[in-house]
Design a protein around this ligand. Structure first.
Ligand code: G3H
Ligand code: 13P
Ligand code: ZN
Length: 319
C-alpha cells in the first residue's frame, strides 16, 4: 500500500523514525521489501535524480509497482529525494509519487521559501506531501557537492518561519551530518542541542535527518581487505543516536551510503574469493539477502521494526 509520508509521520512522531532508503536497481528493490517485511516495518522508498537518470523513470516505477503486487502487505511511501523544482513537478504530475523533496537549501532564504511554497501548492492540490530543506549539509551526492566550509546548521528561528510561510509537511535539518562516507573525524556526534532548539519552535512537526549512514568500520575494513581503497578513517552517525533523535522530532532518517557499502563488500569479496566466476546472479543473490538483513537491522535501531500492524490499523481506522 502506497501512502504519503505525512500519513506515516502522524503515526510515528515521537515514537519511532521511518527508514528512508534509496533505490537504483532491482536487487535493492527486492532486498528492501524483504528486509522491511521481515522486520515488519513501514518504510520510505527514495528515488534521487541520479537514480531516475541511471535506471530510467519508467523502469523504477515498474519495479516498485511489481514489488507492490508481490508483497501487498507492505506499507510504504514513494518519495523523490533532493528534487529541484522541475523534477518535483514531473513527479507530482506523474501520479506515482506520494511525496517529494524540494531541495532549494543552497539558495538564499527568500528564494528557498518562494520555490518551496510553489511546490507545496502544486503537490497539496494532488494530496502529495512535501519535504523541504533549510540549512546545508556537507558532503557529496551525484548532483550536489557542498564542501565543509559552506555546510551550515539550521537556524531554529528561520526554521519556524520557513515552515509557517511554506506550508511544507516535513523539514530536513542540518544538525551536523553530511552525505557520503566521510562525515565525522574522531568522536564528533549530532548537534542535539540544535535539534532540541528546532523542536522547541516547531513542536510536533516532523523533522528529517539526511546523511544518516553509520559507515560501519567493519564494512570499510572488509571492503579494503577485498581490494577496496576507502579511507579507513571514514566515520558516520552512531546508530544508537537515532533513539535520542526520535523524541526530539526526527521522524525520517535517510540512509543510502551504508547500502552502497553492503553492495561493494558483497561483490568485492565474491570475486576475490571466486575469481573464475562471471555470473552476476551469484553475488546478486547474496546481495539481496545481505541488503534485507541490513534493512532489518536499521529498522531495529530506528524503532520502526515491529510497527507494521500498528501503522496499518491507524491508517485503515481499525485497531
Ligand atoms: O543524498 C543523496 C543520496 O545518497 C542519493 O545519491 O544522488 O548519488 O543518487 P545520488
Ligand atoms: P547517506 O549518504 O549518509 O547515506 O545519506 C543519504 C541521504 O541523505 C539521502 O538523501
Ligand atoms: Zn540527502
Amino acid at each position: 500500500m502506497i501512502v504519503t509520508t505525512a500519513d506515516l509521520f502522524k503515526i510515528a512522531y515521537g515514537k519511532f523514525a521511518i527508514g528512508a532508503y534509496n533505490i537504483n536497481n532491482m536487487e535493492q528493490c527486492i532486498g528492501l521489501f524483504q528486509g522491511n517485511l521481515e522486520s515488519k516495518a513501514p518504510f520510505i522508498i527514495q528515488i534521487s535524480k541520479g537514480a531516475r537518470e541511471y535506471a530510467r523513470v519508467k523502469m523504477l516505477e515498474g519495479l516498485i509497482r511489481a514489488a507492490e503486487e508481490l508483497w501487498p502487505e507492505a506499507i510504504f511511501a514513494v518519495h523523490l529525494d533532493h528534487g529541484d523544482e522541475e523534477t518535483c513537478y514531473d513527479c507530482i504530475d506523474s501520479g506515482f509519487y506520494s511525496s517529494v523533496m524540494i531541495d532549494a537549501s543552497h539558495l538564499p532564504f527568500e528564494e528557498n521559501v518562494a520555490i518551496t511554497r510553489r511546490v507545496v501548492e502544486r503537490a497539496h492540490a494532488k494530496g502529495i506531501s512535501v519535504e523541504a530543506e533549510l540549512g546545508m549539509l556537507g558532503g557529496v551526492e551525484e548532483h550536489v557537492k557542498v564542501d565543509e566550509k559552506h555546510a551550515m546548521l539550521t537556524d531554529p528561528d528561520e526554521a519556524a518561519e520557513f515552515v509557517r510561510r511554506t506550508g511544507c509537511d516535513s523539514l530536513a535539518v542540518a544538525i551536523g551530518t553530511s552525505h557520503g562516507a566521510y562525515k565525522f573525524k574522531g568522536t564528533q556526534s549530532l548537534h542535539f542541542d540544535r535539534l532540541s532548539e528546532i523542536q522547541r519552535r516547531l513542536p510536533g512537526f516532523p523533522l528529517v535527518m539526511h546523511g544518516s549512514s553509520s559507515v560501519p568500520r567493519e564494512e570499510v575494513e572488509r571492503i579494503n581487505a577485498a581490494g577496496g581503497a576507502l579511507d579507513p578513517s571514514a566515520r558516520g552517525v552512531d546508530e544508537d543516536e537515532f533513539a535520542k533523535a526520535v523524541p526530539l522530532g526526527v521522524t525520517k532518517v535517510n540512509i543510502d551510503t551504508d547500502g552502497r557499502l553492503v553492495w561493494t563488500r558483497v561483490h568485492r569479496e565474491y570475486f576475490r574469493d571466486q575469481p573464475a566466476k562471471f555470473d552476476f546472479r551469484g553475488p546478486g543473490k547474496i546481495f539481496m539477502a545481505e541488503y534485507a538483513k541490513f534493512i532489518a537491522h536499521k529498522n531495529q535501531k530506528l524503532g520502526s521494526a515491529g510497527r507494521l500492524e500498528e501503522v496499518r490499523a491507524a491508517l485503515t481506522g481499525k485497531s
